[in-house]
Design a protein around this ligand. Sequence first.
Ligand SMILES: [Mg+2]
Length: 268
Amino acid sequence: MPQLLLRGRSIGEIQGVLFDKDGTLSHSEPHLTNLAEARIQLAVRRFQGGQAHQQSQSKLADLLSSAYGLSQEGIHPGGTIAVASREHNLISTATVFCLLGEAWPQSLALAHEVFDAVDLTLAEDGAPGGATTLLPGALTVLQQLQEAGVVCAVISNDTPKGIESFLINNNLQDTIPFLWSAGHRPAKPDPGAVHGLCKQLGLAPSECALIGDADSDLQMAHQANIGIILGYMAGWRQTPPLRAHQHLIHHWNELGVGADPTVPAQSS
Ligand SMILES: [Mg+2]
């Protein structure tokens, strides 16, 4: 079985690797910053029919920034916009409207209105989330895994369309043939998401590694009995505050794949 190498040393045998997407494989911070800022700006413009007092508008912008994990230092890697699904971000947004005195039905309707309008605008501007690029060194690792016969998959809380666009735009459809999205049930961080994806791969979780940039990913991996659990640290301007990892990666070039020691080397 192929060996997963960290800084040149084997950390175990693997048949499959489950990758988180945003902040792990994908350089998502610029897109998610645009997305969060666009949602905040539109929410401020439309809150209370655009008639909200200046003070309420400022408070709304501050609360939404906090809720999303957006600050001058960048996106908080454990914040809602970095980790949670569109649906959970929408609920957070509606909750902020409620905190400022709006009733829940109006809050939910306004959150839907804002999210749909921003999605449309970003798509028209040619800046959808799927256009994000790979983080440095990720492609080399993916190619090494593919060459060694290790099956790769994405497990993400992005929409199915968002993940598929990311794979197509980075020409990864053959390299990463399996995915589990926010549209699958259960979605992550339910350990059932790992079980469902591993079933697609035809592998036991113990035969796989999982690599993510949030403790919710890593805790899910423990609960699902994943064999090797790695935290990825370099996907955001801020360093993710991880605790639930077995190993940490600070750059993709720290990871490699070794040959199965049971297979004799070919003679020349
Ligand atoms: Mg992530």
